[in-house]
Every structure is written in C-alpha cells, then in structure tokens.
Ligand binder design. Structure first.
Ligand code: GLA
Length: 726
C-alpha cells in the first residue's frame, strides 16, 4: 500500500502528498525547537551522560534546545551521597557541556524526598539528628551545589514534590489514622514540618541572589493537588519565602490532561507567581490504571499509527496552551532526549525523538505551529454536510471550510477522524460527559470532496452520519467542503439533464462480468433530418482504489456535462466511466504497472460493446481517453500504445507526456494535463510548454487551493471537456 501511494504520488508529481503518503521524511529538518519558540519560552531537555558525549546526540541537544536539566547527576543522592563525599564528575561534565555551548541550565534539584542525601537525617551512629543539624547540612549542600554551578544556571528546582497526592482523605501517621495532611509525609516533613521548604528556599537565595527559585511538583492539574500547591506557595510567599515560580512537571499521557484542566492550573498558579516552568514533559502512550504510571520494559515495539496520532494531537494541544500562556510560562523542558533514554521505557514512546534518536512527526507538529491559527476560532455557522445521510446532523461544515464531527461511542477510549489539516494524522475527537465524541478540524479544509473514516480504538469504521463513496478499495465516508466555484457542478433545476446508465458486459479476457457507467446527454436518441444523432465518446477513468461509481458520484461528471451542454459551452457527447482495476492490480512497483489487462478490456471488449449498443461516432477522432491519478497512468500507457483508438488524451493528476514519447505527432489532436496547485504544478506547466513547443495542441490546468482530490479533477473535466472533439 505504501509503495503504491508513493508510486501514485510520483505520477502526480506531488511532493506534499508524498510526505503524507509514507516516503521517509526528515522531521528534524527545519529550525530547532528553541528557534521556533524564541518568542515564547525556552525549550529544554533533561540529559544523561550519553546525551552530552555522543556526537549524534549532542548535535540534537545543540540544535533543538536552549535549556538543559541534568536528569539525575545533580540530585542530592547522586552528587552528595555521604557526608563530605561529592560526585562532581558527571555533574561537572554536564555543566561544562552547557558552558561550552552557551546553553543555560535548570538546576535540578536541591531538596527532594527521593534520591536524597538521606545521611543528612542521622548522625554517625545512625541516630536521628535534630532539625538544626539537618538544616546545617542542607544549607551546606545547597551552597556548595549552587556556588559551583550558578554561573550556568538560570533557575533552580529548590524543593521537589513536597505536597501530598490526591485521593487520600485519611492517612496513617505513627500508626494512627488522621485526616490527610496537605504535605507529603517525607522524612523532611516529619522532622521539620513545612519549615524545611522555607529553609531550602532561603539557603538557595543566599547562595544565588538572582536565580529563579522554583517549587516543582507533579499532578499539578489535579484539582486537589493543585490547590495544595497553591495554598502552600501562597502561604510561603506571604511569609516572605523567596519562591519565584512553580514547576509543573508534566508527566502526562495521550489522553490526559485536557486543555481545560491544564489551563485552570496555569491560571491558578498565575495568581501567585509570574513564572511557571513545564519542567518534565513527556507523554506516555500506555493507558493509566488508577492514575498509576505504567512503565514499559523490553525491546522497542512499534507504536501503532493511531496511538502516534493521539500523541501528536496531545502534544499539539498542550503546546497551544503553553503558547497561549507565554506571559507566565518561561520554559518547557522535555524529560529526556529520546524514547531510548526515557525513564518510562521505550515502549511508551513518550518523546519527539525515537529510540534511534530520529525525530518523529510530533517534533514537526510541535515546531511548525501556525501562530495565526492559535487564536482563531471557527465561525459558528456550521450546517450539516451535503453528503449526510437523511436526517443526520453531523458531520457539519462551516462557511470557512472547517469540518466538525460527532460520534456516539460511550465506551471507546479514542476516536480519530482521518481528515484534518495536512501533515497530521487526522482530527482527534474528545468525549463529553454524555459519551459523545466531538471535534473540529484544526483549520479550514481544502474545498471539495474528501474521503475519510473513523479510527475507534485502533479499528477502522465509517461515519454513520454520512454517505459512503468508493475509494481506498472500499466504501468510505465522504464530506463535501463547499467550493467558491461549486456552481459548475451544482444541480440546476432550470436546465435539461442527461442520465447515467449502468452497463454490464462479459469480459472474455478477465473471465468475468465488468461494469461501466455511461453518461448520455439530454436529447440522446433524438432524430435529426430523419436520422438518429450520433455522439463522440470520452472514456474517463477513476483513480486507484476507486471504481466506476467514482466519477458519476463524487466526480459529479454528469452534472458537469449537463451544465456545460446547457450553457452551450460544449456539444453533447457520451462519457463512459468503466471499472479500471480489472486485473486486480497490486502495486509492487510503479515499473510493473503496464495496464495491459485493462487495455484488453477497454479496447477489445468495452469499446465494441459501447459502439454496438449506443449511438456513437465510432472512430478515433470521436473518441477520447482521460483519467485521474492511476487512471491517468492507464490513459498514458494505453493512448501511447494504441494511438489508432483515441484522438484526444487527458491526464488528471496522472503524470505528463513528453513530446518525444509520442511517435507520431499527428496521432493526437489535443492533450490535456492538470493537477492541484498543492501537487506539482511545475511538472504540468513544463510539460504543457514542451508539448506546445513541439507543435502539439496542449492545455493545462492548475487547480487553485486543491491537492490530489476530486475538486481538482472536477475542474479538470470541466476545462478539458470544452476542448474535446473540436
Ligand atoms: C520526578 C523527578 C525527576 C525524575 C522523574 C522520573 O519527576 O522530579 O527528577 O526523577 O521523577 O524520572
């Protein structure tokens, strides 16, 4: 499938499409995150010893980040494991790496219940010390670390995780059940109460009068914990404790938190501090059980595509909120460089760089945000999509081209609509209280028709709201974004309409029945001067994965013809739209696609059937062949091999002819080539110029604002039809 799509994108000459269609993309190409976010906040990363020594890894750090946190090396238990024993080795290496590269650091962390210098609590005999002794030791620790590194540090996580978690109304203290304290029952707290927090900040301020002093914690978006942190910081600040900011760790997952919760926490903390750092961002992929972290172990397993989409979407949403609050958010730090480094385990795939240090699409999505879209809300004039099934309110489309979806799936864990802005895996819906999933595309969609489907918990489904259309080798949901020029394919009640008949015929070469749809113009069969009028025929092919219904239904071929005829722009002709994948073609490589089987069906079986049963002008100068995408490939191959059959040739996002490919210049009266401006218009323009220069009558169309989709081809048909059979 991937190969096929690459092949198709090659013939369409479309680079943007190919990026979406599986050709390897270097997502790290482009500016670094630090540059993309220079007007917002610094972007940081937590590093280990490999990240600052392996050249491939240091290159990533230097390009992407302007803030570094030592993952473990500066933690009290690591750097100061015993009284008088200091492990400055790795800690210094990280600091020196940053000094050499002009990167500022977040000092993490000076006081924490975990990975702590627990010797501070006991004397030589192992007996608990008094809090005054503890403070003395803590002060010496903080002064030593801060003085050693403050030249390269701009912010310190002075105290880490001092507050209690949600969900514990009671707790056991010294064997007794008591109402839960807002504070974590750490050794620090048991010895000193919350005074240790104040002391730690005071010691840090003494040692570094200018550094930003941060209180850092996790689960800041949980209401209870948020309030406990808020109350503590507020109380401390009111008492004159030098807390400058709050660090929200940000160990999140693909479902959590939602924007509302995150914003509530940011807004709440903004009441008491003007600096917030997102200090430890990662998005785990595996689901939570009871709020517990789930670590993954073992070999890297590939991340399912839909999980990747959910994660990309979550990253996009979070960064949008971070950007919105740039007045208070001064830094966002990823916790670890790559999935390989992550404390969560590689199978959580939590970071924008994978286990081989290759950038993922999430990096691109975080980096290449569109600032103009950040504050843009769709106009609330959504109406049901024209393709909806009777009585269905959703999907809806607004006047700007946004699409809104609604899916009832109360027990689902995730619902993704495959449709969205380019470069993304689609639109991720969110569940409301009633179990209804809704979501709106990030921005306006290209006008015209789009196929789409739903991915619900990894399974693929159609949207029950809308009609199905044959595409991707199956019936898929469809949506129509109204185009400014939609009148040329609109149903007009004031004009005469032709009709479309389904024709079946036995195909000897394939050994089965084949099907074609035949457009007959209004007035077909009428007698002029005693004779039934006869018509030229256009054989019009669909693309890969489509069938004979694609042009009549989503292509609106009949309506386009009716309107052109009614407006006197063309003389009536017949259009035959046949099934073109008669050989069940499997795309191994583009080179193997010969269209030989279909050529037999078309030239030896279908054309004779049509000429026998319809009032056709059965000669080359009254016969045209054109096709879109794969149908264009078929057209090119067959017209070049059988120039005696067709006199007019058309390729719609389906490649180009080069003059030297056409042996006999007199073989063809007219060549049409077209594509969307989001494909590769230069290819079309160059080819048309070359053909004209070589004396061919050639015409091109570059469709404005469209890609490899049906509005491009409707426009192509409308233009091409006006030059056929002249
Ligand atoms: C906490 C700490 C970090 C790190 C993570 C897990 O969030 O603040 O230093 O230890 O846990 O890696």
């Amino acid at each position: 499938m991937k190969k096929l799509l690459v092949a198709l994108s090659l013939i369409a000459g479309s680079l943007t499409a190919s990026a979406q269609w599986g050709r390897p993309v270097d997502y790290a190409a482009g500016p670094g995150l630090k540059d993309a976010y220079k007007d917002y906040f610094t972007v940081g990363v937590a590093v280990n010893k490999f990240n600052i020594s392996d050249p491939a890894q240091t290159a990533i750090v230097k390009k992407q980040f302007n803030s570094v946190t030592a993952e473990n090396a500066w933690k009290p238990g690591e750097i100061h494991p015993k009284e008088g024993v200091w492990n400055f080795g790795l800690a210094d290496s990280i600091a020196n790496f940053c000094r050499e590269n002009g990167i500022k650091m977040r000092g993490h962390c000076l006081c924490w219940h975990s990975q702590f210098a627990d010797w501070m609590f006991t004397d030589k005999k192992g007996k608990p010390v008094k809090k005054e002794v503890f403070y003395q030791r803590l002060r010496e620790h903080i002064h030593t670390v801060v003085n050693r590194y403050k030249d390269v540090v701009y912010a310190w996580d002075v105290v880490n995780e001092a507050m209690a978690d949600d969900g514990r109304p009671f707790e056991f203290v010294d064997g007794k059940m008591v109402p839960a304290s807002p504070y974590r029952q750490s050794r620090h707290f048991k010895l000193c109460g919350d005074e240790f927090i104040a002391k730690a900040f005071e010691f840090a301020r003494e040692a570094d009068p200018t550094g930003v002093l941060i209180y850092n914690d996790y689960s800041c978006v949980d209401e209870g914990k948020r309030e406990r942190i808020y109350n503590m910081v507020k109380k401390m600040k009111e008492a004159g404790v030098p807390i400058d900011g709050i660090g929200m760790q940000g160990h999140y997952n693909i479902y959590f938190p939602d924007e509302e919760k995150l914003e509530k926490a940011i807004n709440r903390f903004s009441e008491i501090v003007n600096t917030i750092h997102i200090t430890e961002l990662d998005l785990r992929t595996n689901t939570e059980s009871g709020g517990q972290l789930m670590f993954s172990r073992g070999e890297a397993k590939p991340q399912p595509a839909y999980m990747q989409t959910l994660q990309e979407d979550q990253y996009a949403r979070l960064f949008k909120i971070f950007r919105k609050h740039k007045d208070v958010i001064k830094n966002v730090t990823f916790w670890n460089l790559s999935d390989k480094d992550s404390w969560l385990g590689v199978n959580n795939h939590p970071l924008p760089f994978d286990e081989n240090f290759k950038a993922k699409r999430s990096l691109q999505i975080i980096r290449d945000f569109d600032a103009a879209m950040d504050n843009r809300q769709p106009i609330e004039d959504f109406v049901p999509n024209p393709c909806n099934q009777p009585g269905q309110e959703y999907p809806q489309v607004n006047s700007e081209g946004y699409a809104r979806f609604r899916v009832v799936a109360p027990d689902a864990k995730s619902v993704i609509v495959s449709l969205g802005l380019g470069g993304r895996g689609g639109t991720v819906l969110r569940k409301d209280k009633n179990g209804v999933w809704t979501g709106t595309t990030e921005g306006p969609m290209d006008p015209g028709f789009h196929y789409y489907h739903l991915t619900i918990d990894g399974g693929v489904f159609n949207d029950p709201g809308t009609h199905n259309y044959f595409g991707s080798c199956r019936w898929e949901s469809g949506i129509e974004i109204p185009a400014k020029d939609q009148d040329f394919y609109a149903y007009r009640k004031d004009i005469k309409h032709g009709n479309i008949q389904q024709v079946t015929f036995w195909s000897e070469s394939t050994g089965k029945m084949q099907t074609a749809n035949v457009y007959l113009p209004y007035g077909y069969g009428k007698v002029v001067k005693g004779k039934q009028e006869r018509y030229p025929v256009l054989y019009l092919q669909h693309g890969w994965g489509e069938n004979e219904t694609s042009w009549p239904v989503q292509g609106k071929a009949g309506l386009i013809m009716d309107n052109l005829i009614a407006d006197g722009k063309i003389k009536p002709f017949i259009v035959v739209m046949a099934y073109g994948l008669t050989n069940d073609f499997k795309f191994g490589s583009i080179g193997k696609f010969t269209a030989e089987e279909f050529e037999k069906v078309l030239v030896d079986e279908l054309i004779p059937t049509i000429d026998k049963n319809f009032l056709t002008k059965a000669d080359k100068w009254n016969r045209a062949m054109a096709g879109l995408s794969m149908g264009g490939m078929e057209t090119k191959l067959i017209t070049l091999r059988r120039p005696e059959v067709f006199g007019y040739w058309g390729l719609l996002s389906g490649g180009t002819y080069m003059p030297e490919e056409i042996k006999d210049p007199k073989a063809v009266k007219y060549i049409f080539e077209g594509c969307g401006d989001k494909e590769n218009p230069e290819g079309i323009n160059k080819s048309v110029e070359a053909l004209k220069a070589a004396g061919f009558k050639a015409e091109g169309l570059v469709s404005e604002g469209t890609a490899h989709e049906f509005l491009t081809w409707r426009r192509c048909l409308e233009k091409m039809a006006q030059s056929l059979f002249k």
